[in-house]
Write a protein that binds this ligand. Structure first.
Ligand code: GLN
Length: 284
């Protein structure tokens, strides 16, 4: 009978052969989920055998991961800014870079001064809910076109006890959208920013499993920035801040879009990989 340690070793080899990045870590995290324990707790059980049921589930998980399904979808959750979010294939998996976007907002505004936040494209709800926790006096409104994402975001808000957030299914490109900006002190978005051209060369994990409409705008990658800034030009109140996450190489183009739509104090921040990732402006 195989022990935990032996199972992890064999699974690591298997995932490595299937060209999965960090195969050992993946093997451990999947097994921890099967055993319903923390990864570090595996070490205390290394010499224990797996039950027949556990073996069956572990094998199934490994097969899915080998087919390039993201680990987060298999285990059904991911951590973002210290909170645990439910995820499935209807939402983009929250990324580390997006934590910088959220952190920038948290560090730039006094708690009491923020009364309303708008998040365009809420997905899993990671941005809206994290900000709702850090700005407990603010009302956070998220909009997204996806009904499936709405179900997940609502579930996350409930699970994380964020009472000051609500999510609405809305299309930012529709004509009846202008009133969503009214009174917002902060507008934030991590929109689908991958261009059609770049989309096809993304990792299998993204192309095969993450919702395309959350990743790419099916165009030049700038359409959501154009739309939000254009609407913001007449509908975001003076002195309110706008924050975007951008893709590598987009910051100058997005800065230009902000300026041309009456946003000033345009600032660009880099992520941990020194890529210009967050851009902000203040409505004139
Ligand atoms: N706001 C969510 C996130 O940042 C979803 C973004 C999206 O679907 N493009 O993860």
């Amino acid at each position: 009978m195989l022990t935990l340690l032996e199972s992890i070793e064999l699974s690591t080899e298997y995932l490595q052969k299937k060209e999965i990045e960090s195969p050992h870590l993946n093997a451990e995290l999947l097994l921890a989920d099967v055993l319903n324990c923390k990864r570090l707790e595996l070490f205390l059980r290394f010499d224990k055998p797996l039950s027949e049921n556990e073996k069956i589930r572990y094998r199934e998980y490994l097969k899915r991961r080998a087919a390039k399904e993201p680990l987060q979808y298999i285990v059904g959750s991911t951590s973002f800014y210290g909170l645990d979010f439910i995820v499935n294939e209807s939402v983009l998996i929250p990324r580390q870079e997006t934590e910088i976007l959220v952190e920038t907002i948290i560090n730039s505004h006094k708690k009491e001064s923020v009364k309303k936040i708008l998040d365009v494209g809420f997905g899993s709800g990671c941005i809206s809910i994290t900000l709702a926790k850090y700005f407990p006096d603010a009302e956070v409104v998220g909009i997204d076109i996806s009904e499936d994402a709405h179900n997940i975001a609502v579930e996350n808000a409930e699970k994380l006890n964020a009472g000051n957030v609500h999510f609405e299914i809305k299309d930012i490109f529709s004509s009846e959208i202008t009133e969503i900006f009214s009174e917002a002190d902060i507008v934030v978005s991590n929109p689908p920013y991958v261009s059609l051209e770049e989309y096809d060369i993304l990792q299998d994990e993204i192309v095969k499993y993450e919702p395309k409409m959350a990743v790419s705008d099916n165009g030049n990658g700038l359409q959501f920035y154009e739309r939000i800034c254009e609407l913001g030009k007449t509908n975001i109140k003076k002195g309110s801040s706008l924050y975007f996450e951008v893709s590598a190489g987009q910051s100058n183009a997005v800065a230009e879009i902000l300026r041309k739509n009456n946003f000033s104090e345009v600032k660009i921040l880099k992520d941990y990989a020194e890529i210009e990732r967050v851009i902000s402006g203040v409505k004139k």
